[in-house]
Design a protein around this ligand. Structure first.
Ligand code: 5RP
Length: 235
C-alpha cells in the first residue's frame, strides 16, 4: 500500500471518530486497514482521559484495542451509540460488500446493534452496483461442500477462501469457512442475501443492505467528504 493510500485511510477514519464519537459512549469499531485508523484515533482520545468503550468486530480489532489500552465491552453489554467500519464496495444506494478481512458476521452484528453506522472508505470503493468484488459468504465447515454446490448451481464462480501464508482454508473468528462468490453485478443485494442465508449452513453474507448505513465518509486528495446527507438507520 502506498503512503498516500494509507494517508487517505487515516484521514477518513480520524474524521469519522472526530465527527461521530462522543465521550462517555460505547462504540463499535470495525476491521481492516481503514478501520484500524479509527482504533488509533480512539486510542489517542482514551489516552487523553476520555471515557470511550469499544465493542470490537474481530479478534484483530480486539487485540489492537487492548494494545492501546482501550476499554472493551461484549456485544449486548452496553448500548452502542455508533459503529465505524470500512467496506470493500459501497453502491450508489449505500448497500455494501464487506468481509474482505473475514469479519463479516461480527461486523454485521455490531452494525445492526449500533444506533448509527458510519462507513469509511477511499474513492475506489465507490461503485454503481455491488458485485465486482466477490461476495464473502460465511459457512459452517461441516456443510461447506454442499453449500458450495448449492450456490454453484446458479452462479458458477465460487472459491473457498484460503490463508495467504500457507494456503490452508481460512477460518473466521467464529470457526467457520468463507466462500468468495462472484455473482457479477448485483441488482438486489437484500434479496440475494436472503436467498443465500436460506441455504442450510450459511451463517452470514458480506452483503449489507442500504438501510443499515447511516453515513458514508470518503477521503479524497482534497479532504474528507460525506456522500449525501446522513440519515437515521432504517433497519
Ligand atoms: C473486513 C471488512 C473490511 O472493512 C473491508 O474488507 C475493507 O477493508 P480495508 O479497509 O482493509 O480495505 O469488511 O471484514
Amino acid at each position: 500500500m502506498t503512503d498516500q493510500a494509507d494517508e487517505l485511510k487515516r484521514a477518513v477514519s480520524f474524521a469519522a471518530v472526530d465527527r461521530y464519537v462522543r465521550a462517555g459512549t460505547c462504540i463499535g469499531l470495525g476491521t481492516g486497514t481503514t478501520a484500524r485508523w479509527a482504533i488509533v484515533r480512539v486510542g489517542e482520545r482514551v489516552a487523553r482521559g476520555e471515557s470511550i468503550v469499544v465493542v470490537p468486530t474481530s479478534g484483530a480489532t480486539e487485540r489492537e484495542c487492548r494494545e492501546l489500552g482501550i476499554p472493551l465491552a461484549a456485544l449486548g453489554e452496553r448500548e452502542i451509540d455508533v459503529a465505524i467500519d470500512g467496506a470493500d464496495e459501497v453502491a450508489a444506494d449505500w448497500s455494501l460488500t464487506k468481509g474482505g478481512g473475514g469479519a463479516l458476521f461480527r461486523e454485521k452484528a455490531v452494525a445492526l446493534a449500533a444506533g448509527t453506522f458510519v462507513v469509511v472508505v477511499t474513492p475506489e470503493k465507490l461503485v454503481a452496483r455491488l458485485g465486482a468484488f466477490a461476495t464473502p459468504v460465511e459457512v459452517v465447515p461441516f456443510t461447506l461442500r454442499i453449500v458450495a454446490r448449492a450456490i454453484e448451481a446458479a452462479h458458477p464462480e465460487v472459491r473457498v477462501r484460503r490463508r495467504g501464508d500457507d494456503g490452508a482454508p481460512f477460518v473466521t473468528d467464529n470457526g467457520n469457512a468463507i466462500l468468495d462468490c462472484s455473482f457479477g453485478p448485483i441488482d438486489d443485494p437484500l434479496a440475494l442475501d436472503v436467498s443465500l442465508r436460506a441455504i442450510h449452513g450459511v451463517v452470514a453474507t458480506g452483503l449489507f443492505p442500504s438501510a443499515l448505513t447511516s453515513a458514508v465518509l470518503v477521503a479524497e486528495s482534497g479532504g474528507v467528504r460525506a456522500l449525501g446527507e446522513p440519515h437515521a438507520r432504517r433497519t
